[in-house]
Design a protein around this ligand. Sequence first.
Ligand SMILES: NC(=O)c1ccc[n+]([C@@H]2O[C@H](COP(=O)([O-])OP(=O)(O)OC[C@H]3O[C@@H](n4cnc5c(N)ncnc54)[C@H](OP(=O)(O)O)[C@@H]3O)[C@@H](O)[C@H]2O)c1
Length: 304
Amino acid sequence: MKVLVTGASGLIGTALIASLNADGQEAIPLRRQRLEAATPVWDPEQGIINLGGVSDITAVVHLAGENIARGRWSRRQKTRILNSRIRGTGLLADYCAGLDHKPDVILSASAVGFYGDRGEASLTETSSSGEGFLPEVCRQWEGATATAAAAGIRVVNLRLGAVLSTSDGVLKQMLLPFRMGLGGTIGSGRQYMSWVHIDDVVAMIRFIIDHDSLRGPVNLVAPQAVSNRRFIQTLGRLLRRPTLLRLPAWAVRLAFGEMGTALLLASTRALPGKLCDSGYRFLHPELDAALTQLLKPVSTQSST
Ligand SMILES: NC(=O)c1ccc[n+]([C@@H]2O[C@H](COP(=O)([O-])OP(=O)(O)OC[C@H]3O[C@@H](n4cnc5c(N)ncnc54)[C@H](OP(=O)(O)O)[C@@H]3O)[C@@H](O)[C@H]2O)c1
């Protein structure tokens, strides 16, 4: 199996490529910078894609996009976030649709941000989209895969929850303040957080590639979303650090603006409906055990 991976240098791309390579599969990174003469390269801004002679791709896993948590969402940054996804996805979908030998499947990243701020409502793949910038980005991002689906390629939109890893992402950002005893609930603490362990993300992507029945949006989240308070208390307990501080909603808005409201205060309780129905078996279904595994010293961790 040949798997083309965009966003290969990112959190998920790095873990996915390592997993595929470990199993003897051919993982081909499609990067924005050419590292070696013959390696595939693309420039989503300029609409350029050059696979450098690579052909007969079985699956495409499209993860590239401007990081949404890097800095406040100025108008310029919002344009970068949106364009990096719409242009890249459209370019890749058009390219694959035009190939004589089309890939069997394209897995294109999206996010549970599709559903927006929805309180305690349980959200499956059939739930409607929410309001605001992130839901809008996700709708357009998913919509940009349409040409590939119209060309008969199986397309899966990966609605990812917050990916837990100590390499990068939300957990890594929390560890330093927690270790300094500065951990605490955010806003009311009642908002739901849909999380997923990085090992499950990699295993889910590989499961989806292998299961032809899965297409369209698929939620990549653990079976149980947790409240912010529960997440913070669990992390504090495992790190043996206090979590008495509280960051009020107004302070989040002041410090992080719209980004903080969307990423820290919004409540999204997504369920992995399609994956459960398809028989996917979670590696880390419980938050407590997932965090315990992630916080173990590297030398004692087992890889997927
Ligand atoms: N991690 C999460 O918790 C989470 C949650 C929900 C959704 N997602 C989505 O899942 C995808 C992968 O997540 P991730 O955590 O692996 O992301 P990441 O670590 O931020 O990596 C994204 C990769 O995309 C490429 N990239 C960065 N800026 C870009 C730009 N302006 N235009 C085009 N490509 C750009 C880079 O790869 P190259 O330099 O190799 O091109 C980068 O390594 C992202 O689209 C993300 O929004 C992630």
